[in-house]
Design a protein around this ligand. Structure first.
Ligand SMILES: Cc1ncc(C[n+]2csc(CCOP(=O)(O)OP(=O)(O)O)c2C)c(N)n1
Ligand SMILES: [Mg+2]
Length: 275
């Protein structure tokens, strides 16, 4: 059942709490990259957009969600754990030896993970494959793919973009998490891909741009995406890397803080800040 706007906002904050708790416990991982994606991930899994059955994760009619920016695994594990694909307290085993919650999502080890990702640039191609398979199998499932903005420097993304438009895949939505940073600095400095929505539009996609950390805007965008016919949709999600935790936002600017958790001494303050 789809949760209300207020419920989704509250859930987004509990997803944030999960992200900082599990990465600090692990002593590694990518909280900032996860935090920018929280509103979209929460809305997709709990806002009634993704059809899934936790008891039957390979149900052929399920909608697909592919986290192409696989290093943001903590946000995926938080929503999958809260949805009930596995016992929620398992999130605290992130990156521990033997845990199926690996540093990057592994579809062979954890129920609910649609694709093994982490090598950036591949998720949209996988999404095109699922969307084409739906057409061949005469199924009405929808495929969502989330990419990073730095990730768009990978050429494979644009091969996938061209073929999705060629085949008029209106059962495919890509969400670009436009948080303006990648691993080694500002995305614009490493490789400027602006205008991102303009590039997808030039390939023949329907595009929207919105504030991706605003739950109300996120819900509107996801509804609109499902109404588009004859074209795939690109949602340019304008976000902040580390959204919700001041310390992470500050460290990002000062130290280019990518792929590092909060120290245990900062955890209580961060959890209090989330509320
Ligand atoms: C093919 C490939 N090259 C390099 C990396 C190393 N890497 C991991 S995260 C990252 C930055 C990704 O930035 P972005 O796509 O903007 O994601 P964000 O963390 O900002 O959400 C890089 C370069 C990788 N995982 N895969
Ligand atoms: Mg980024």
């Amino acid at each position: 059942m789809a949760e209300s706007l207020e419920e989704l906002r509250a859930r987004a904050q509990s997803v944030r709490r999960d992200i900082v708790r599990m990465t600090t416990e692990a002593g590694s991982g990518h909280p900032s990259s996860s935090l920018s994606a929280v509103e979209f991930m929460t809305a997709i899994y709990f806002g009634g957009f993704l059809r899934y059955d936790v008891k039957n994760p390979h149900w052929p009619d399920r909608d697909r969600f592919i986290l192409s920016k696989g290093h943001a695994a903590p946000v995926l594990y938080a929503v999958l754990g809260q949805a009930g694909f596995f016992p929620h307290d398992q999130i605290m085993t992130l990156r521990k030896l033997g845990s199926p919650l690996e540093g990057h999502p592994n579809m062979t080890r954890l129920a609910g993970v649609e694709a093994s990702t982490g090598s950036l640039g591949q998720g949209l191609s996988l999404g095109v494959g699922h969307a084409l398979a739906a057409r061949v199998d005469k199924k009405d499932f929808h495929t969502y793919v989330m990419t990073g903005d730095g990730e768009l420097g990978e050429g494979q993304v644009w091969e996938a973009a061209a073929s999705a438009a060629k085949y008029k895949l209106d059962n495919l939505t890509v969400i670009v998490d436009r948080n303006h940073f990648q691993q080694t600095g500002a995305s614009e400095d490493v490789l400027d891909m602006d205008p991102i929505d303009g590039k997808f539009a030039a390939f023949g996609w329907h595009t929207q741009a919105l504030q991706g950390n605003d739950m109300e805007e996120v819900l509107i965008a996801l509804k609109r995406a499902r109404a588009v016919k004859g074209q795939p949709t690109c949602i340019l999600s304008l976000t902040r890397k580390g959204q919700g935790i001041l310390k992470l936002l500050t460290k990002l600017k000062d130290e280019n803080y990518h792929g590092k958790p909060l120290a245990p001494k900062d955890l209580d303050e961060a959890l209090a800040e989330i509320g």
